[in-house]
Design a protein around this ligand. Structure first.
Ligand code: FES
Length: 177
């Protein structure tokens, strides 16, 4: 009787021990593959290692003269303004109590929904309880013409004509501020 049982076990394609061994090898190989993939990605990453406060804001061509872009407000809380000569980044944070202002293109002003503060397109406050203009965020253009901003580096009014507080766009937008 026992001879018959032994014969049956050997007849299985994969015994229990084989399955456990194969599962172990599979797990090991899968772990190795993931680790190798991560290492290779690290070696060949295309973008330079940027601090988490830095984001890519496209190129000057992405912005229209005289317009305010709110495309980075949700992710980075930053408005990008093209005043015709310069590109600058305004922190979308009201200087009263920190609410997020909105841009009203027809009225050409930022308006805070919390207590009604208003700011001109250049960020200067003109109505409501906000005590000072919106802060500017560091912005620059790299040698490849790409625009970057760093939300951790800010310029309080009136520091707006200093390097990295704007990008000059005259003459095709090659010079940075
Ligand atoms: S938080 Fe903007 S007006 Fe008060």
């Amino acid at each position: 009787m026992s001879d018959i049982k032994i014969a049956k076990n050997h007849g299985h394609l994969w015994g229990r021990r084989d399955l456990v061994t194969r599962a172990g090898w599979f797990a090991t190989l899968a772990t190795l593959a993931v680790a190798t993939g991560g290492f290779v990605r690290l070696l060949f990453r295309r973008a330079p290692l940027e601090p988490p406060s830095v984001f890519h804001a496209g190129t000057i061509a992405d912005y229209q003269p005289g317009k305010v872009s709110d495309r980075f407000v949700r992710a980075w809380r930053v408005f990008i303004v093209h005043d015709g000569e310069r590109l600058f980044a305004l922190q979308a944070k009201c200087t009263h109590l920190g609410c997020t202002p909105r841009w009203y293109g027809l009225e050409t002003k930022f308006k805070c929904p919390c207590h009604g503060s208003g700011f001109h397109a250049d960020g200067v406050n003109f109505e409501g309880p906000a005590p000072r203009p919106l802060e500017r965020v560091k912005i620059w253009q790299d040698s490849a013409g790409q625009i970057w901003a760093d939300v951790d580096k800010r310029f309080e009014y009136p520091r707006r004509d200093v390097p990295d507080a704007f990008v000059a766009v005259r003459g095709g937008g090659k010079a940075s501020g």
